[in-house]
Design a protein around this ligand. Structure first.
Ligand code: NAD
Length: 512
């Protein structure tokens, strides 16, 4: 964690265990305002014993909650939806203050979270199983979906409200109880979510929050009372979570990092493609798992496209997230900013062409509130042309305001480039050619595909997930696959015996 000048008494951001706030800890981490660099909070870092207490609370709540009627669960989810909607501004400001993204972007995050709650309110319909009457004489078969028990969510810094709410609504709607381990970098939104769930009438212990770092994660991965783990974060940690969790017998879905390509064909509407590249490349300072980080310019579109992107990027307003004039805020930490800046440097060293260098440029101004941003974690946008697949800036997930342009000759070359990349979260194509778009949709190796849409995040009634190194496990998150992940199926075969026809039969049961 970065150390910088602390405020006089930074507040403590603690756990919620069985409905109780717990602020005592043996270790604390620093939470910053990325726009100023100041320490604004101390987050409790859970020990293994703290994790055990949260899991015990979730386990104790499970029998009661899993037997709670569907209509009562729905009533609570509806109340939560209304509270979330009512607190949209407060959540967005909280997210912006600890993450750095601009408030309007954080509002978008809450809007996507609301979609998941909305979906979960349909749970009476979504949990319906099949029924087959008279599969054999007097025999019926039906199927039910039952909850797993204690589910865990481990979430990244970049969507501190939305990603926990990709997981929690579905998990609890299905009758599970939950332990959330949010990112230690921007943990406060999780406490507000927990408070609103309690206000909506959710019984204590159904959703618990443990703040912490890898100590907490590693205990959750091996805890005998944890049934399933949903993880979202970087690929190395996703792999660790998947391998360790499954080795301990748990159901795991682990979503990892990304390197999303936007392929622009020569016939594309150039202005729309440039607008999309800039919005999806630099929105949230590139700290989105669905950010576009590579533009693949096919054929002779490259020069005009790079110029169209350059003029747009040069006009972007960088500033504190709480200034309505800002289009892009700071990065999450000083270390991350320096790592991203170093990747820009490596691109030049390795032979790419820097069209815009984000390491240059005037200091960021104080913003509408007059904050001192001199210690903020700002990095202006960079645009790198003539990037090649062997360059570090292409091979690594940069997760910052850096857009690489790779020039290729043909559509086949573009498809090959996307397919050979180890990540497969999202991929987009900009073209006016329906046949090319259809071929892209069919052949591209990515879990979420956009056709003239740069950030194809599925709506709440579909499911979110990538391919290749962007997801370990077989279930995407939220939506129908979220329900599948959060339940197990039981198939019941029943007969109401008629003494008149009952007999002994040692043969294997047949259906006729
Ligand atoms: P991260 O992997 O560093 O952290 C994610 C979570 O894992 C956090 O809760 C953190 O405390 C924990 N963690 C970190 N290191 C750990 C370790 N060594 N052992 C155990 N637990 C550990 O990710 P981040 O920096 O918070 O988030 C950014 C990353 O998340 C990017 O790679 C981004 O692409 C990815 N992401 C992916 C998606 C997706 O849907 N695929 C969505 C959002 C973010």
């Amino acid at each position: 964690m970065t150390s910088s000048t602390p405020e006089r008494t930074p507040r403590v951001i603690g756990h919620v265990v069985g409905g109780r706030r717990v602020e005592e800890a043996q270790r604390y981490g620093a939470v910053h305002d990325p726009a100023t660099g100041r320490v604004t909070g101390r987050v409790a870092l859970a020990s293994a014993a703290d994790v055990d207490a949260a899991v015990a609370a979730a386990l104790a709540a499970f029998p009661g909650w899993s037997r709670t009627g569907l209509s009562r669960r729905v009533e609570i989810l509806f109340a939560f939806h209304e509270l979330l909607r009512g607190h949209r501004d407060e959540i967005a400001r909280l997210v912006s203050a600890e993450h750095g993204k601009v408030v309007s972007d954080a509002e978008g995050e809450v809007a996507r979270a609301l979609e998941n709650v909305e979906f979960a309110t349909g749970i009476p319909h979504l949990l319906k199983g099949g029924f087959s009457q008279q599969v054999s004489t007097g025999v019926d078969v039906h199927e039910v979906k039952q909850p797993l028990g204690v589910m865990v969510g481990i979430t990244p810094f970049n969507f501190p409200a939305m990603v926990p709410l990709w997981m929690i609504p579905t998990a609890i709607a299905c009758g599970n109880t939950f332990v959330l381990k949010p990112s230690e970098r921007d943990p406060s939104a999780s406490l507000l979510v927990a408070r609103l769930l309690a206000e909506a009438g959710l019984p204590d212990g159904v959703v618990n929050v443990v703040q912490g770092d890898r100590v907490a994660v590693d205990r959750l991965l091996e805890h005998p009372d944890v049934a399933a783990i949903s993880f979202v974060g970087s690929t190395p940690v996703a792999r660790h979570v998947y391998e360790t969790g499954t080795r301990h017998g748990k159901r795991v879905q682990a979503l990892g990092g990304a390197k999303n390509h936007l392929v622009v064909l020569p016939d594309a509407e150039l202005d729309a493609a440039a607008d999309a590249a800039v919005s999806a490349g630099y929105g949230s300072a590139g700290e989105r798992c669905m950010a576009i980080s590579v533009v693949v310019a096919v054929g002779d579109v490259a020069d005009a496209l790079v110029e169209a992107i350059r003029t747009r990027v040069a006009g972007l307003v960088v500033g504190p997230g709480n200034d309505p004039a800002s289009q892009m805020g700071p990065l999450i930490t000083a270390e991350h900013r320096d790592r991203v800046a170093a990747r820009v440097g490596s691109a030049v060293d390795e032979g790419a062409v820097l069209v815009l260098d984000g390491r240059d440029g005037p200091p960021v101004g104080p913003g509408a509130d007059g904050q001192d941003t001199s210690g903020g974690f700002f990095l202006r946008p960079s645009l790198v042309d003539h990037v090649r697949p062997e360059h570090t800036v292409y091979r690594e997930e940069i997760f910052g305001p850096v857009l690489s342009v790779v020039r290729v000759e043909t559509f086949d070359d573009a498809l090959r480039l996307v397919d050979e990349n180890p990540y497969g979260n999202g991929a987009a194509i900009f073209t006016r050619d329906g046949g090319a778009a259809r071929r892209f949709e069919v052949e591209v190796q990515a879990g979420m595909v956009g056709v003239n849409v740069p950030i194809p995040v599925p709506v709440g009634y579909y499911s979110f997930g990538g391919w290749k190194g962007s997801l370990f496990g077989d279930s995407h998150m939220y939506g129908p696959e979220g329900i599948h992940f959060a339940t197990r199926t039981k198939v019941v075969t029943s007969r109401w015996p008629d003494p008149a026809t009952s007999s002994i039969d040692l043969g294997f049961p047949r259906t006729r």
